[in-house]
Design a protein around this ligand. Structure first.
Ligand code: AGP
Length: 370
């Protein structure tokens, strides 16, 4: 097993280190003449032109990738997208039919809840497309089309490289569908953003790993951590919290930053650690200002604020206890970078607590029962 880990202390550490490669491999072969063209979807344009809505279905981490995908798909392809946990979708008599494309996301391709949702969608006449990391798995076999993520085998129970590959595949899908439907405007710029991602991921790993691991070491006795995000930072907050629960057994919750005043702010007491994913002010000065004002609100109540913000964003400095930097990237590409420090944080905290990061208690890598 030590050899399989290639010198890394855990599969999770190895898989985090492989993230730049996972993203690069998922993009490879899917850009033609400055546009995203997914060869597996050749001749399947009617999957995207003959529909009026998309439902993304998945469980756990894959569902958070789906939420990022919703924002991107709606923006680029101008089509309504809902994200539904597979086990809820399947049991609530949803309104679906031939005008619906159901996109499932699964690393293993064997998750029973997701498989049952796909089968159910097909029985109801919907078209189905799967985003999957495992060649020839059951979910892609049960779907009309498949777009593989090429993250390579993921062994650690906590998903890391598959998650960034899933978001990458959803961005590719959004750009492909936007082009096919004729709604895409900033295609070439987005392709440039995609191609720049692997190097930026490598940069985050290099520049922040030590800093984040040190933070986690200081926080080994923490009993609860909150995560806030807005726009595509919201699913990243959810994912940061899930990682921490899964491998560090620490109570963690992710919130949409705008929800704070609707309840969660009552949780803030002196010393409460809160991670805040701050979107770039270059994408939307308004969204950025709203998140900075959320930071001020929690700081005023004594929260210990750890900010994930783009390089050069000075507005966060007066209110942050710690600042983790990520490189500049387009709005929909930023979450792929922002999640890395959260994955490293969870891994380092679990390690500081002496836990087995690859095999957390009570969990299985793929949940093949309903
Ligand atoms: C991720 O860290 C989890 N272990 C879990 O939420 C996982 O993403 C979920 O069970 C879905 O698995 P799948 O992608 O193989 O379908």
């Amino acid at each position: 097993a030590a050899a399989e880990k290639g010198g890394w202390p855990s599969f999770m550490a190895k898989e985090v280190a492989e993230e730049p490669e996972a993203v690069a491999n998922t993009i490879r072969g899917r850009v033609r003449d400055g546009a995203v063209v997914i060869p597996e979807l050749d001749g399947l344009d009617d999957l995207f032109t003959g529909i009026n809505r998309i439902i993304i279905t998945a469980c756990g981490t894959a569902s958070y990738a789906g939420l990022v995908g919703k924002y991107a798909l709606e923006h680029w392809a101008r089509i309504p997208v809902d994200v539904e946990l597979a086990h809820e979708f399947r049991y609530r008599d949803p309104v679906i039919g031939a005008d619906t494309l159901v996109v499932s996301i699964s690393q293993s391709g064997e998750t029973m809840d997701t498989l049952m949702a796909v089968k159910y969608a097909r029985e109801r006449g919907a078209r189905t497309l799967s985003i999957c990391n495992t060649q020839g798995a059951t979910i892609p076999r049960e779907s009309d089309a498949v777009v593989y993520t090429h993250a390579g085998p993921e062994v650690a129970v906590a998903s890391t490289k598959a998650f960034v590959a899933q978001i990458t595949a959803l961005l590719l899908l959004g750009l492909h569908v936007g082009r096919v439907r004729g709604s895409l405007e900033d295609g070439a710029a987005s392709v440039a953003e995609l191609e720049a991602l692997p190097a930026k991921l490598a940069h985050v790993l290099e520049s922040e790993q030590g800093h984040v691991a040190q933070l986690a070491g200081w926080m080994a006795d923490t009993r609860s951590v909150l995560f806030l995000g807005r726009h595509v930072g919201y699913p990243i907050a959810l994912e940061g919290a899930l990682k921490l629960k899964e491998i560090s057994y620490i109570h963690a919750e992710g919130f949409a930053a705008g929800e704070l005043k609707h309840g969660p702010i009552a949780l803030i007491e002196p010393g409460q650690p809160v991670f805040v994913i701050v979107p770039s002010p270059r994408h939307s000065a308004l969204i950025h200002a709203k998140v900075v004002s959320n930071i001020q609100e929690i700081r005023a109540r004594g929260a210990r604020v750890i900010v994930v913000a783009e390089e050069g964003d000075a507005a966060v400095l007066p209110f942050a206890d710690e600042v983790i930097r990520i490189p500049l990237a387009g709005a929909f590409f930023e979450p792929i970078l922002a999640v890395i420090p959260l994955q490293i944080f969870a891994m380092a905290l679990a390690t500081a607590k002496g836990l087995d990061v690859d095999q957390p208690r009570n969990l299985a890598k793929s949940v093949t029962v309903e």
